[in-house]
Design a protein around this ligand. Structure first.
Ligand code: HEM
Length: 439
């Protein structure tokens, strides 16, 4: 089973779940893993009995890249104080302020797309969305322009993620900091990333108050008047940069892919965009009326959830759905499979945004769809990413019709995020000639 898991984790885990049901106990080398495939079980771990669970060893592997930040930490006191500090930056009033930056950056990206379309040049939208979202996260949260550093940041992430996934899937591991060539390579890339972030912190410690999250973090004081150390600051900034850009970029890429495979849905979305927005740039007030667009994004996250597994470790023995769970084991909530559970989703493999209409969503299990997780450690960037994705997808569909390049393979790769292994290449044709520039 192990070689199969390493070669094709998504396929192997799906087959195990389909054959053995909602709760599967697997021994992988010395590791005991419970594979949870039912929304009730995810609810139990993430919400109802969350105090008995900590982030699993998978998250410790992330420390090579992220250190000890909000996403990975098991120090609950530190987590609580950081969450309190960071949360206001994601409030509704802030989202409205960020909106113009989303419009501006998406517009600049689409100008590049227009050039490609006129030249008849196909485009890998995955790398386009990654570049957009990294730049946007930097601008929105930290008022920085990462245009120059983007390739180094992306390369550091790629190298670190490969290293992390190899270790996650390995049944027997060397100590994490054992100086293998791969570990030294990761260290070199992460040093570059750390330098970029260190410069940011230094500039801001000396510079003016920009009213953004970076200033809030740099100026934060605890009850004893003590600020965050440079190391803590660096880890939080890296966490937000990494968590904030990869997932929305993946969802947007998969949404374009699914729409291209389903031209009737693409046309329905285009009709909504015409009706709500027309040819003018979208506004913040338009977002609640872009209902079908929201449904497309929800259906995309159902089929291609960026966090395709969420893991925890029980502190004490537990019982889930009548099954005994041993303390210290890995409890893997297989989100990819739960989002396709036959008892909750009819014709689950089909792309059908209409299942998210109000009438059809009534009474649905809260954890039948949980792309942002749930319970106290639910994603901090949920509302921000919905604004970013709604706005960006609307602007894409307003301007372009998307057709897949048939010779380019599209292969889902279950890495840290569920991403297209070789990107997704499209031919773009303009829908109208008269869309006003947004911004
Ligand atoms: C489509 C977009 C996104 C998806 C699907 C997503 C998904 C998730 C999931 C599943 C978790 C929980 C992981 C766990 O409990 O093990 C999480 C946590 C987190 N996410 Fe997101 N995320 C997205 C966008 C963002 C954005 C835009 C930001 C910030 C700019 C962000 C920041 C965070 C942070 C800081 C946490 C840790 C929260 C905590 O433990 O208190 N995410 N995200």
């Amino acid at each position: 089973m192990t070689p199969d898991l390493t070669r094709d984790a998504l396929g192997a885990m799906s087959r195990i779940s389909q054959t053995h049901g909602d709760m599967v106990r697997v021994k992988i080398g010395p590791m005991l893993v419970y594979l949870l495939n039912h929304p009730d079980y995810a609810k139990h771990v993430l919400q109802d009995n969350h105090t008995n669970y900590r982030k699993s060893s998978i998250y410790h592997e992330f420390s090579v890249l992220l250190g000890n930040g909000q996403l990975t930490t098991n120090d609950m006191e530190y987590w609580r104080s950081q969450r309190k500090l960071i949360h206001p930056a994601f409030s509704r009033s802030h989202l409205e302020r960020y909106f113009s930056k989303v419009a501006e950056s998406s517009s600049a990206m689409l100008a590049r797309w227009e050039a490609a379309a006129s030249a008849g040049r196909p485009l890998d939208v995955y790398s386009e969305f990654m570049r957009l979202m990294l730049g946007l996260t930097g601008k929105i949260l930290f008022s920085i322009d990462l245009a120059e550093e983007a390739p180094q940041v992306s390369e550091a992430m790629r190298v670190a993620f490969d290293f992390i996934m190899t270790r996650v899937n390995a049944p027997i591991k060397l100590p994490r900091d054992f100086p293998t060539p791969a570990r030294r390579r990761v260290a070199r890339h992460v040093d570059v990333l750390n330098d970029i972030v260190r410069r940011l912190i230094e500039e801001r410690r000396e510079g003016e108050d920009r009213g953004d999250l970076l200033t809030a973090l740099v100026r934060a004081r605890d009850e004893a008047g003590k600020g965050m150390s440079d190391e803590h600051l660096r880890d939080e900034i890296k966490t937000l940069l990494v968590a904030g850009h990869e997932s929305p970029a993946n969802v947007l890429s998969w949404a374009c892919y699914l729409l291209a495979l389903n031209p009737d849905k693409e046309e329905r979305l285009a009709a909504e965009v015409t009706q709500v927005v027309g040819d003018r740039p979208p506004t913040f007030a338009d977002l609640p009326r872009l209902r079908y667009c929201q449904m497309v994004l929800e259906e995309t996250m159902r089929l291609y959830p960026p966090a395709w597994v969420v893991e925890r470790t029980p502190i004490q023995d537990d019982v889930i759905g009548g099954y005994h769970i041993e303390a210290g084991a890995r409890v893997t909530m297989f989100m990819y499979q739960i989002h396709r559970h036959r008892d909750f989703w009819e014709d689950a493999e089909r792309f059908e945004p209409e299942r998210f209409s109000e009438a059809r969503s009534a009474g649905r299990h809260r954890f039948a769809l949980f792309p942002f997780s749930g319970g106290p450690r639910i994603c901090l960037g949920k509302d921000l990413s919905m604004v970013e994705m709604l706005m960006c997808l609307t602007m894409v569909i307003q301007r372009f019709r998307l057709r897949l390049e048939p010779s380019h393979p599209v292969v889902p790769l279950p890495s840290v995020n569920l991403r297209p292994r070789d990107g997704i290449v499209f031919h773009l044709s303009p829908r109208r000639n008269s869309v006003a520039a947004a911004g």
